[in-house]
Design a protein around this ligand. Structure first.
Ligand code: ATP
Ligand code: MG
Ligand code: MG
Length: 586
């Protein structure tokens, strides 16, 4: 297996811990703040990270990477990872998403219980502190209420090559801004009529420092604070404060936020200087997001796939959502493996989808019990059966549930005079090098006898309807005669009398293009028309009792999972998780 990839965050944390960077930490905020005691006593030797999703949708594979990174670093360095809902945006958030996110994090194998308490936080519980921080900035001359229109503000912000222009409200007295801000809070001004802006530098080469908006008016009900507020903090203002109040040491985010770091530091330093926060302050570190080929991760576009019924819901096994991957048969360990292997880097790159598939294969190879199936069944008649064994005989066969794990036990099934084989295992006129069944050739029925093909039956259109073969006596697997004849082909099979017919869903990639939504292309044009094929297959009888979510290797085909929604004992439904090899490799 491949060693974990380079992860610059590990080096940073090791250095910080060695330098005792967090010694003497106290809580941010002042006594009585909701946040003040939120995370329990501080242990200066511990790092704190956080996973801070907005509860406005289902998580995807990119979030899985962030979860593994943040919770994984905390675990590996004896620290704590906070589970935090960044719920400062009232309109799009919902309890349904909160629940599904918690479920996803748990399923991935992580827990926010640490030091005997739930390290579970909601940014909205800091609204009082954030409001006070905003008033403090105004009082100290570092924020003002701006009454320009959104359009004017945009224009006056300037461009990369052109400095911004001061708002006519920029130098209004602090007392006037304070009074207006309080009126904003009291609901006396309509949405869009004014915003609170930090007062930094309209000529800064970093546009994010050109007086960013920090509070806006929104008459919207919030999923947890209800109608208590009609002004809401902007993400760039809220997030550093959340980190500081929770005494996060390493605030890890994706590279797009690199240009926000100066504001992150500016804000926290000003609040510290005002006595609202204490050193050491959290630091932001940016890493390259996970970009996987052949998928899209934009919430808007994923929603479009669901709304337009191109997929069967958020948990469709073709979706890159965590619920979709889970239903497809992905294991938490395979997603953790992907996160380890892709490391943490400062440079954006694309990871081929086959890397993810390889992780699942590697995980399931050791874990998944084996079973035989016929996905594209063709009947084979053993014509000397009655003569050899008597017409009513069933020949018991057994096989290890896993070739390298005897502790998985044995599977047993019967060989009977009619069996299902794969259609591709018979050729009336064999192509060069074909080793399986053709008239005159011998091959082994896996875990059974060597047989010799004698011909076939056809329908009126010339299509083969059954293969005919004879058993060669005394060649059964596991008996002394097994090796008396050398054959090159091995055939998987199930008994016609005892196989169970089941629905099997053969999934493939949802998109045919490596970057389905690159360069403004309509991603719907890149859809793979054959991403889902439903077949009825014949399965080894033991699979009848498969439990939902149970994974198997269907010998020579790939890994399949009993569908967690539709599979029932006695009536299993299987999803293809991943084939045995990467069929796309040259
Ligand atoms: P949207 O898709 O709506 O922009 P988001 O990606 O911003 O959503 P959040 O809920 O804000 O979603 O993200 C939670 C965390 O997951 C953030 O810390 C974010 O940086 C991280 N994250 C999101 N996508 C990826 C990705 N592709 N790779 C690594 N981390 C990611
Ligand atoms: Mg976001
Ligand atoms: Mg995003």
């Amino acid at each position: 297996s491949i060693a974990p990839a380079a992860n610059f965050l590990r080096n940073t944390i090791e250095r910080d811990l060695a330098a005792g960077a967090y010694a003497g930490r106290r809580w941010g905020g002042s006594p009585g703040d909701a946040a003040h005691h939120a995370a329990g006593e501080i242990d200066p030797a511990k790092i704190r990270t956080r996973f801070p999703p907005e509860p406005n949708g289902y998580l995807h594979i990119g979030h899985a990477k962030s979860i593994c990174l943040n919770f994984g670093l905390a675990r590996d360095f004896g620290g704590i990872c906070h589970m935090r809902f960044d719920d400062t945006n009232p309109e799009k958030e919902d309890q349904e998403y909160v629940d599904s996110i918690l479920d996803a994090v748990h399923w991935l194998g992580f827990d926010w219980k640490a030091d005997g308490k739930e390290q579970l936080f909601y940014a909205s519980s800091y609204f009082d502190f954030m409001y006070r921080a905003a008033e403090t900035l105004i009082e100290r001359g570092f924020a003002y209420v701006d009454q320009q229109s959104a359009e004017e503000m945009r224009t006056n912000r300037g461009t990369l090559t052109e400095a911004g222009k001061d708002s006519p409200w920029r130098n209004r007295p602090a007392a006037e801004s304070l009074a207006l801000f309080r009126e904003m809070r009291a609901g006396r001004h309509p949405e869009g009529s004014m915003v609170l802006r930090a007062k930094i530098d309209m000529a800064s080469p970093n546009i994010n420092l050109r007086d960013p908006a920090i509070y806006r008016i929104r008459f919207a009900e919030h999923h947890s604070t209800g109608n208590a507020w009609c002004i809401y903090p902007m993400y760039t203002f809220a997030h550093p404060i959340e980190d500081a109040l929770e005494r996060i040491t390493h605030s890890i985010c994706t590279l797009e936020f690199e240009d926000q770091r100066p504001f992150y530091d500016w804000l926290l330093e000003h609040l510290r200087d005002a006595g609202l926060l204490a050193d050491p302050l959290p630091k932001q570190y940016e890493f390259a997001r996970l970009n996987l080929s052949y998928i899209i991760t934009s919430k808007r576009k994923l929603k479009q796939l669901v709304d337009e019924k191109i997929v069967d819901g958020w948990d469709d096994p073709r979706m890159p959502t965590i619920v979709g991957l889970r239903r497809r048969g992905y294991t938490p360990e395979s997603l953790q493996m992907l996160a380890e292997r892709t490391g943490a880097s400062k440079h954006n790159s694309w990871i081929d989808y086959s890397v993810l598939e390889g992780c699942l294969r590697e995980d399931l190879e050791a874990k998944a019990p084996r079973a035989m199936v016929a996905l594209d069944p063709l009947k084979l008649k053993l014509t000397n059966w009655a003569e050899l064994f008597g017409a009513d005989h069933s020949e018991p066969c057994s096989a290890p549930a896993h070739p390298h794990h005897p502790e998985f036990g044995e599977r047993s099934f019967n060989l009977t005079p009619e069996i299902w084989i794969e259609r591709e295992d018979f050729e009336e006129v064999p192509p060069k090098g074909f080793r399986r069944l053709f008239p005159g050739n011998k091959a082994r029925l896996k875990y059974g006898y060597i047989i010799e093909c004698t011909g076939c039956e056809k329908d009126g259109d010339g299509r083969v309807t059954a293969v005919l073969a004879t058993i060669i006596p005394d060649t059964k697997s596991g008996t002394p005669g097994a090796d008396s004849i050398k054959v090159k082909g091995v055939i998987t099979w199930v008994s016609v009398a005892e196989a169970i017919a089941a629905e099997v869903r053969l999934y493939d990639r949802l998109f045919c293009e490596e970057q389905p939504d690159a360069g403004g292309r309509d991603f719907l044009e890149a859809l793979n028309p054959d991403s889902k094929r439903i077949i009825t297959a014949y399965l080894e009888p033991g699979l009848a009792t498969a439990k939902p979510d149970q994974r198997f290797q269907f010998e020579r085909h790939g890994y399949f999972v009993a569908d967690r929604e539709d599979s029932a004992p006695g009536k299993p439904v299987f999803n293809l998780a991943v084939g045995l090899r990467d069929s796309r490799k040259a």
